[in-house]
Design a binder for this molecule. Structure first.
Ligand SMILES: C[C@H](O)[C@H](O)[C@@H](O)C(=O)CO
Ligand SMILES: [Mn+2]
Length: 415
């Protein structure tokens, strides 16, 4: 018997249907963040500084210099990730065609070429208004700004982006998840947090006022603990957005790097989903701070996927990645991060959850712990390899050969 069929038997002994797990994995897309391909430079002015308290560190050669290169890199990375996936766009990746268009005047016209690229591949797209790297966010404030004119500009940008997202959803026939993240915050202790948060609530109400078909676009809000330059206070904190999302029934975006290092996203899934309809994940890896390292198959990511599967939440959780590592091959970063996110999910899907639940319900916590620990030694690798084979992507580290050859033939020519 081959390794996969032996693995199937081992899992079946614990009541796990491997084929069902593989089906669930195949129908769970991962949204690949386009900004990993060019260090969050965007297409408006790729040489402008990245602001908003986020940083891509490293200078690995070959970063995409325009949308054509970025899409080619995405195509190559996606070809090495098993399953069907999505690409997460930021508004600053508008296709301006050499024209000057302000962000509050963006329409589907600036994103039509993304749709044309995605549609024949069956790729879904997600969207984000861009509230950073812009003259009107230079002092670190956008939707909560004390200047009404600046707030108006960013509200208009937010509304424009929701309409763009809805049109993308319509053209692709796939719902777009739009995520609002703003950098607003204080380096030093403010004395009027209240006023900033009241203004943020009013601005968000204005952004979300136009009714949009939820089958085309759904809105998420993303909190943060601190950023570079907003160490003392972030206006859009977790409590702020959780409260807002519960009140307005919006999607809560949980970024793995946006909490205190001793907190885990895993524990937040079931409590958040008790009060809001859906959760969007920014799967990431903070090393000592919100450093946006590439996702590894670490305990945090495994625990996160376990909670989603154990709570039967897969249909209510959108899985996206958010890291930007410029110190390694940028395609490799996408592939490593996405494959690890999927491996963590597969591990969770292969857990003998029904058996464990029954033991827990009986109060037999000794057996629960014993089975949980023994399950860690089950032959998961053979199931992962089978998933890769069925999806015509390389097993093991063989995908690296393709990335290396792409580096030599394509990336090396980008000087
Ligand atoms: C580029 C993204 O919008 C950004 O990373 C945001 O999601 C975030 O996590 C900021 O820290
Ligand atoms: Mn994020």
């Amino acid at each position: 018997m081959d390794a996969f069929n032996l693995a199937k038997e081992r899992y079946a002994e614990l009541g796990v249907d491997v084929e069902k797990s593989l089906q669930a994995l195949a129908s769970t897309p991962i949204s690949l963040q386009c900004w990993q391909g060019d260090d969050v430079a965007g297409s408006e002015n790729p040489n402008a500084a990245l602001t908003g308290g986020i940083q891509a560190t490293g200078n690995y050669p070959g970063k995409a210099r325009n949308l054509t290169e970025l899409r080619a890199d995405l195509d190559q990375a996606i070809a090495l990730i098993p399953g069907h996936h999505r690409v997460n766009l930021h508004a600053c990746y508008a296709d301006l065609g050499g024209k000057k268009v302000e962000r509050n005047a963006y329409t589907i016209e600036q994103f039509a070429s993304w749709v044309d690229w995605a549609k024949p591949k069956g790729l879904g797209l997600d969207f984000n208004p861009t509230y950073f790297s812009h003259a009107l966010s230079a002092d670190g404030f956008t939707l909560s700004h004390r200047d009404a004119g600046i707030r108006k500009f960013w509200i208009e940008h937010g509304i424009a982006c929701r309409h763009i997202a809805a049109e993308i959803g319509k053209r692709l026939g796939k719902t777009v998840i739009s995520n609002v993240w703003i950098p607003d915050g204080f380096k030093d202790t403010p004395v009027n947090r209240r006023e900033y948060r009241e203004r943020l609530e009013q601005s968000l109400d204005a952004v979300f006022a136009p009714a949009i078909d939820p089958a085309l676009n759904r809105d998420a809000v993303e909190s943060k603990l601190f950023g570079i330059g907003s160490e003392s206070c972030v206006i859009g904190s977790h409590e702020f957005y959780l409260g807002y999302a519960v009140k307005k029934q919006k999607i809560v975006c949980l970024d793995a790097g946006h909490f205190h290092p001793t907190e885990t996203l895993a524990d937040k899934i079931s409590s958040t989903l008790q009060f809001v309809p859906e959760v969007l994940l920014h799967v990431s890896r903070g090393v000592r701070w919100d450093s946006d390292h590439v996702v590894t198959l670490d305990d945090q990511t495994k625990a996160l996927m376990e909670e989603i599967v154990r709570g039967d939440f897969l249909k209510r959780v959108h899985i996206g990645m958010d890291f930007f590592d410029a110190s390694i091959n940028r395609l490799a970063a996408w592939v490593i991060g996405a494959r690890n996110t999927q491996k963590a999910l597969l591990l969770a899907l292969l857990e003998p959850t029904a058996k464990l639940r029954a033991l827990e319900a009986e109060g037999d916590f000794s057996s629960r712990l014993a089975i949980l620990e023994e399950a860690k030694a089950l032959p998961f690798g053979a199931v992962w390899d089978e998933f890769c084979k069925r999806n015509n992507v390389p097993t093991g580290h063989k995908w690296l050969e393709t990335v290396k050859s792409y580096e030599k033939t394509v990336l090396a020519n980008r000087k």
